[in-house]
Design a protein around this ligand. Structure first.
Ligand code: ATP
Length: 476
C-alpha cells in the first residue's frame, strides 16, 4: 500500500504529533512544533540513541552551546563553503537550488525514457562546481521553471546557509555569530577537554544531541528539510590507519540501531556518496524510503584528521594525542555518525503507518489505521479503559491507571464504544490497552489487548506492573 505524505501530515496534525510553527499567525516556513505525542516520540528517539551511544565504555556525551566562537566556522570551512548554488526564475519569481533543479529535470527525463540525455546531464552535474557551471547546464539543457515553464533565469549565485545574528548590543561585523548549522563542531572544539577530564584512550567517541539551523533555500517534505532541526551526532576518534575498520563497524552499528527499533529492512538502504569531500576517505548515507522517494536520514563519514587539524591551525592550541604505549604524537582520525532526530522521527512515523481491514464488534469489517511503533518509541505505552462507566469499573480502572502512569506514559479513556477507543489508541501507536470489565469485579483480572495481534489475554490485576515491566523493559 502506497502511503502519501499528506496522509502522514494530516494524522500528525490531527493527533497532536506535529503542528506548524506559530500556526495562528499563518505559520513560519521550514519550522515545526512538536505537540504532546510528537514531543514524547522525539524524546524517545533521542533517549534510544543516547542509550545506544553512551551506555558503552568508549563514548562520552556532551551538550555544547548553540552559539560558538565565529572562528569555529572559519576553521570548519562553513563560512567559505557551506553554501548552495541558487537560481531565480524571473517570470515566476521562484527560487531554486540549482543542483536540485537539475536533478529533478534529470528525473523527468528518465521518466520519459530519455536515458542518454539524463546520463549526459548527470555527468555534467557531477563535475559542476562554480555558479557558471550550474548556469551553463541549465541554459544548455533549456531547463524550464517547473512552475511557469519559463526559461528566463537569473545567474546562479552561492547562498550561505548559516543564520547570522549578533552578540551584545552592537550590530556590526565584529559581533557576528552564527546559529550552528551542525552539532559536530561543538564536539571537535571540546576534544581536548573531554580527553583530559575523562582520561580516555583512543579509540573513543563523543556524542551530542542538539538543535541545528540551516537557512535552506527550499524547505520541503514536511520534517525532511526544515530550517530548524535536531541532530544526533557522534565523532569517534581513532588511530590513523584504522579508519576502514571503524567506518565498517559504525555503519553496521547504526543500521542495527534502526532495525532494532522496528525499521523495516526493505525501507532502508546504504548509498555511497558520489562526490567525496577532498579530505574524506569514505562516506555513505543511510537512506529511508519516504513516500516521495529515497532520502538520507543518516550520514557515516570517514573524515581523516581534517577537522581537528583545522581547529589546531585556527585556534593555535595543540589538539594532538599522545599514544600512552608508544609515545607517538598525532592528530586522531575521525569517523562521524550524523543522524537527524527530527528527520528520522518522520521516517519512524512513515515506517509505522499501516492501514488494514479489521473486524468490528458487530461482525463487519472496517479500516484500521495503526502506527506500529516499537514499544520503546511509542509516545503512549498503555491505555486504560473501564468497559462501562458504572458497576464499580471506573474506580478500579482509575486506580490501575494511576499506578501505571507513575511508571509509563498512560492514557485513560472512558468515552465511546470500546472498539472506538481501541481504534483511537491504534492510530497513535499505543502498544497495549487494559480493559476493566465485569469479570474484573468478580475475579480481579483485566484484559490486555495487543495492538498488533489484537489478541487479548487476561492478567491478574496484581500482576499488571510485573507484566508491563517485562513487556516494556527497554522503554523509559
Ligand atoms: P542534505 O544533503 O539532505 O542537505 P546533508 O548531507 O547536508 O543533507 P548532513 O550535513 O550530513 O546533511 O546532516 C546530517 C543529518 O542531519 C542528515 O542525515 C539529516 O538527517 C539531518 N539534516 C540535515 N539537514 C536537515 C534539514 N534541513 N532538516 C532536517 N534534517 C536535516
Amino acid at each position: 500500500m502506497a502511503i502519501t505524505l499528506d496522509t502522514i501530515m494530516s494524522l500528525a496534525k490531527r493527533r497532536g504529533f506535529v503542528f506548524q510553527s506559530s500556526e495562528i499567525y499563518g505559520g513560519l516556513n521550514g519550522c515545526w512544533d512538536f505537540g504532546p505525542l510528537g514531543a514524547e516520540l522525539l524524546r524517545n528517539i533521542k533517549d534510544q540513541w543516547w542509550r545506544a551511544m553512551t551506555l558503552r565504555d568508549d563514548v562520552e556525551g556532551i551538550d555544547a552551546a548553540i552559539l560558538m566562537h565565529p572562528r569555529t566556522w572559519e576553521a570548519s570551512g562553513h563560512v567559505a563553503q557551506f553554501a548552495d548554488p541558487m537560481i531565480d526564475n524571473r517570470t515566476s519569481k521562484a527560487r531554486y537550488r540549482a543542483d536540485t533543479l537539475i536533478e529533478e529535470y534529470i528525473e523527468r527525463l528518465r521518466a520519459k525514457g530519455k536515458t542518454q540525455d539524463a546520463e549526459a546531464l548527470e555527468e555534467r552535474l557531477r563535475t559542476a562546481q562554480t555558479p557558471e557551471d550550474y548556469y551553463a547546464i541549465i541554459v544548455d539543457a533549456a531547463i524550464p521553471d517547473p512552475i511557469s515553464g519559463s526559461r528566463d533565469w537569473t545567474p546562479v549565485r552561492y547562498f550561505n546557509l548559516m543564520f547570522k545574528t549578533f552578540v551584545g548590543p552592537v550590530e556590526d561585523d565584529s559581533s557576528v555569530v552564527y546559529l550552528r548549522p551542525e552539532t559536530a563542531q561543538g564536539i571537535f572544539v571540546n576534544f581536548r577537554n573531554v580527553l583530559e577530564c575523562s582520561r580516555r584512550k583512543l579509540p573513543f567517541g563523543i556524542a551530542q544531541i542538539g538543535k541545528a539551523f540551516r537557512n535552506e533555500i527550499n524547505t520541503k517534505y514536511f520534517l525532511y528539510r526544515t530550517r530548524e532541526f535536531e541532530q544526533m551526532e557522534m565523532q569517534y576518534f581513532i588511530h590513523p590507519g584504522t579508519e576502514q575498520q571503524y567506518f565498517d563497524y559504525w555503519l553496521q552499528q547504526r543500521m542495527e540501531w534502526f532495525l532494532s527499533l522496528g525499521m523495516k529492512q526493505d525501507m532502508l538502504r546504504v548509498k555511497p556518496h558520489e562526490k567525496l569531500a577532498h579530505y574524506a576517505t569514505a562516506a555513505v548515507d543511510i537512506e529511508f524510503r519516504f513516500p516521495f522517494g529515497w532520502g538520507e536520514i543518516e550520514g557515516i563519514h570517514s573524515r581523516t584528521d581534517y577537522d581537528l587539524r583545522r581547529h589546531q591551525e585556527y585556534s593555535g592550541k595543540r589538539l594532538e594525542y599522545t599514544d600512552p604505549y608508544t609515545g607517538e604524537k598525532f592528530i586522531p582520525y575521525v569517523i562521524e555518525t550524523s543522524v537527524g532526530a527530527t528527520r528520522s522521527l518522520m521516517a519512524f512515523l512513515c515506517n509505522a503507518y499501516t492501514e488494514e481491514e479489521a473486524p468490528t464488534a458487530e461482525g463487519g469489517m472496517e479500516k484500521r489505521v495503526v502506527l506500529r511503533f516499537h514499544p520503546a518509541l511509542a509516545p503512549v505505552k498503555i491505555a486504560v479503559f473501564p468497559l462501562v462507566n458504572k458497576d464499580g469499573m471506573p474506580e478500579r480502572a482509575q486506580a490501575i491507571y494511576r499506578d501505571l502512569h507513575k511508571r509509563w506514559k498512560t492514557q485513560y479513556d472512558d468515552s465511546g464504544a470500546i472498539g472506538r477507543r481501541y481504534r483511537r489508541q491504534d492510530e497513535i501507536g499505543t502498544p497495549f490497552c487494559v480493559t476493566i470489565d465485569g469479570q474484573t469485579i468478580v475475579d480481579g483480572t483485566v484484559t490486555v489487548r495487543d495492538r498488533d495481534t489484537m489478541q487479548q489475554e487476561r492478567i491478574a490485576e496484581d500482576r499488571i506492573i510485573e507484566y508491563f515491566t517485562s513487556k516494556l523493559s527497554d522503554s523509559n
